[in-house]
Design a protein around this ligand. Sequence first.
Ligand SMILES: [Zn+2]
Length: 447
Amino acid sequence: MDFVEKFRESLKIPTWWPPETQGSAAVEAAEATLLRFQKFLAENFPAFHQAAEHWMLSPYSMVYHWPGIGGTGSEANAVLLLAHYDVVPAETEKWSVDPFGAEMKDGFIYSRGSLDMKSTLISIMEAAEILCAEGRKPKRDIWFAFGGDEERTGILGAMETVKWFENRGQKFDWILDEGTPIAENQIKGIDSPLALISIEEKGYVSLSLTVAQEPGHASRPPRVQAAAILGRALCRIAKKPFPFRLSPTVEMFFKQVSPLMPGVQGFVMRHARAFGPLFFKVAATTPMTASMLRTTAAMTQLAGSAADNVMPSEVRAIINIRLLWPWTVEKASAFIKKAVNDKRVRISVHGLGTNPVPPSRDYRNRGWSEFQAALDKSWPGVPLLPFIMVATTDSRHYQKLSDCIFRFSPHKLDPKELSGIHGHDERISAENLHAGMTFYTELLRSL
Ligand SMILES: [Zn+2]
């Protein structure tokens, strides 16, 4: 099977997660699908499977070790590439094609997971397969860890894999995970593509705001209603956003990108710190740039009673917060409580919260030049820039194993393609697929 065919076959394995709880028949079927995907890799990349040690730790975790020829020193020098093989579900009726059909149309391959992120995983495997078939051995130890539940926090996949590495005492010089892409037309004023490699990652926490009241018949509502109290709390949160902060990563990004920006805008970006509040006014004009400059609070869910004529015993709102370092789950919760300033509103952490991952240390000397060289071969002329990941990746669980983590996807994406990730009609162009594969081949060849 050629590379594109292998990729399409991998997309047809529907590795998405049902809403049912662990242990149910639906989840057992989903686990069987994850195992089918693992088997697919073993069968389709034989040279790599021969050359590398591998462990299928569970349906949610697989690890490969491609030993370096450098001897004992190469162990300390080890690097790790991460990927995940689960995908989010697809609302079939909103797609113009079968979301798991891997249809090819007008130079694109359409499928759930085509961007997020079987394109990367299969490209990494194909790159390793090509090099192993050539008989190449890397200079340093290269590890690969793939997770099967990244889209559901990584508790069973990434977190267990990290424990497995810890038990072996394994650390990494650097780690590369999925992440920010080669952005095209995504930053206002810049139309040439930029390779954005994230060296820090925002944290994640959801807060639940609840207000209780006596349930009863909607014909006799109380004078002060729970929904009104909750509504006032939400207005207060909206009126008091988290403060702007220019992190060193973002400052460096704007400085490097400013020559590409027109006139005044470029000048302000170049001298961001000197402009103070005016800089934030100019820079935070789109949701994307604003998200790089502050901790954000998104109001994502609201719930009341189940019927239109029933008073709810409780109303609830969920606020999803993305923490800009050095904000923490604890500090952000306190900030929201202070903004709401109403004892009738109960505020608690909902689900699993994670603090931000601080900027990678010494990243210019660890991996950067290899990434630059691989980029020159796959996307000639595109500049490589340090960036901040505003979404979360599995790599956040790996902080104990390395203080230098990169998040990058070597695919050139415009806003329309970007919207396909977790949306409808997710697709990848053949150009992207091939260039991405070249990136990983050149990267692995240099290690
Ligand atoms: Zn992903």
